[in-house]
Design a protein around this ligand. Structure first.
Ligand code: ADP
Length: 500
């Protein structure tokens, strides 16, 4: 069955109307039709229903086809308007066509009517599609004009379109200034040569290219441009670009800052190393002469003098300890990392041997899961584990310290954890304890200087990992650190972090 055709007939004669209808039915149209005879009825019909075609008698009593056409046009309805008449003269017919009717036919020869309708329906469809395409084109143009990036379309190397951002980028005020010009006017001869010898051959193969170029503005100044080129059909090329001069400058600035930071960190590390090393000597002198003073004059001076000598010895000894810790800390950053495949299990065994006396004296039980081969500096890894294990034993609250070492792997990193059943740490101090010389207890409670975890942090960070603690006061602690599985260690800035 054919599609339903909605026909509005403007006709005073019912017979003539039926004649038209019969003709259309013969042509196998399935019809929905209505007949009107006055302007009011026509207006009502147009407003209330949708018609595929309007077929109008030229002359009706008190109404005619030209007036009907005006009504249709005023309502802005795009429906084919075909005039049928027994009397229409050539001049009137031409006038009807001129004012917008699609066709006219003589009543006594309606043979052409079905074909005329089919043709008009096709034309309506084409007009609709064209309208849709125009709407889409306008939307795309609006989007192009609103784009922050510069967009240009070139045909055989010359500009046929450039959006507002593109013009702004190159310092032009109007699209006309670029239209019809070659892309070469925006680049130096060297850049043109590079495009022609390197970029376009690749663009020809891959149909798209992205990269950076030095572009020249209308006033001759230049800027670094990030540009993407896409080759469409028929020699059409789309260029999208943006100014990245500022980003480039920032990158250079950042590199300079990093180099500066690296240098000053190295200097600081060296300073700490040299200072702590050199301070040892005068301190040793103070200590030995104070000892001499004490041994020679103990009991010969008054009690207060003896006490003062005691204070000096005590202070100097503590200072010696601090300086030696500082030296160990800066040494960790000064030595080159000798990263290699390292068996964590054998490192743990070595650490247990190193700590044998403490382990035996404290009855500590050290256990572990299977431990992996990791990529790390074995000496530093040993020091790291030693610090964590000795703390786990030292900060105990029960008779038998229990320490367990485990490792897990996820997202290209190993996480190694040392868990104890000790005194635990209030979470508010979980960052502070990794800062050099920061302690949570007085020396009388637990011995130490507060350097161990700072050294651990430095070792872990030099390996590209992180260290942290999970703990609650009175509930034991778990110190964990990560090591990248494929450890490409870079020369990290050597730093001495006195404030964390
Ligand atoms: P030190 O042990 O010489 O004080 P560290 O840098 O090794 O220095 O530790 C800093 C502080 O962190 C310690 O003073 C202690 O308060 C806390 N701490 C470290 N390890 C543990 C642990 N396993 N359990 C509880 N507290 C700990």
């Amino acid at each position: 069955m054919s599609e339903l055709l909605n026909v509005l007939l403007i006709e005073d004669s019912e017979d003539d109307a039926l004649l038209v209808i019969r003709k259309l039915k013969q042509a196998k149209f399935t019809l929905n039709w209505q007949r009107v005879q006055t302007e009011t009825d026509l207006t009502h019909s147009l407003k209330t229903s949708k018609w595929d075609v309007i077929i109008a008698d030229y002359q009706l009593p008190g109404f005619d086809a030209p007036t009907a056409l005006k009504v249709v046009q005023q309502l802005k309805i795009d429906t084919p308007f075909i005039v049928i008449s027994g009397t229409i003269g050539e001049a009137a017919a031409v006038e009807m066509m001129r004012t917008g009717a699609q066709d006219y036919l003589m009543k006594d020869n309606l043979t052409r009517l079905p074909e005329a309708i089919k043709r008009e329906l096709r034309d309506v469809q084409v007009r609709k599609e064209r309208l849709q395409a125009n709407i889409r084109l306008k939307q795309h143009l609006t989007a192009f004009e609103a784009a922050i990036d510069g967009i240009a379309i070139l045909q055989s190397g010359t500009f046929i379109y450039s959006n507002h951002s593109y013009l702004q980028l190159f310092g032009f005020d109007y699209a006309d200034e670029l239209a019809g010009k070659s892309w070469r006017c925006l680049y130096s001869p060297e850049m043109v040569q590079r495009f022609e010898s390197e970029v376009f051959p690749q663009l020809g193969i891959e149909l798209a290219w992205q990269g950076e170029a030095i572009a020249t503005r209308k006033n001759g100044s230049t800027f670094v441009q990030e540009i993407s080129l896409t080759l469409a059909e028929d020699g059409v090329m789309v260029a999208v670009c943006r100014d990245i001069s500022k980003r480039k400058q920032d990158e250079v600035h950042l590199k300079q800052l990093n180099a500066e930071l690296l240098r000053s960190n190295q200097e600081l590390g060296q300073f700490a190393y040299v200072a702590s090393h050199d301070l040892q000597e005068p301190l040793r002198k103070i200590l030995s002469f104070t000892e001499l003073l004490a041994s020679r004059y103990q009991g010969q001076l008054d009690e207060q003098a003896d006490r003062y000598i005691g204070y000096i010895t005590d202070g100097a000894t503590r200072m010696q300890g601090l300086i030696s810790d500082l030296l160990s800390y800066s040494r960790v950053g000064q030595v080159d990392l000798k990263v290699q495949e390292t068996n964590l299990e054998s490192i743990l065994e070595q650490v247990k041997t190193d700590l044998e006396t403490i382990i035996t004296n404290s009855n500590a039980i050290i256990s572990n899961d299977d431990l992996p081969i990791v990529t790390a500096d074995p000496t530093q890894l040993r020091q790291l584990l030693q610090n964590l294990l000795s703390n786990a034993i030292k900060y105990c609250q029960v008779d038998i310290p229990q320490v367990h070492v485990r490792a897990s792997q996820a997202d290209e990193v190993w996480t190694i954890s040392v868990q104890d059943n000790g005194i635990g740490i209030d979470p508010q101090f979980s960052d502070r304890i990794f800062i050099i010389f920061q302690r949570l207890h007085h020396r009388d409670e637990y011995s130490g200087t507060g350097i161990g975890l700072a050294i651990c942090k430095k070792i872990v960070e030099r390996h590209g990992g992180q260290i942290w603690v999970d703990s609650q006061e009175g509930q034991g602690s778990t110190f964990s650190f990560t090591l990248p599985i494929s450890c490409e260690i870079e020369a990290r800035p050597l730093s001495i972090n006195l404030r964390g």
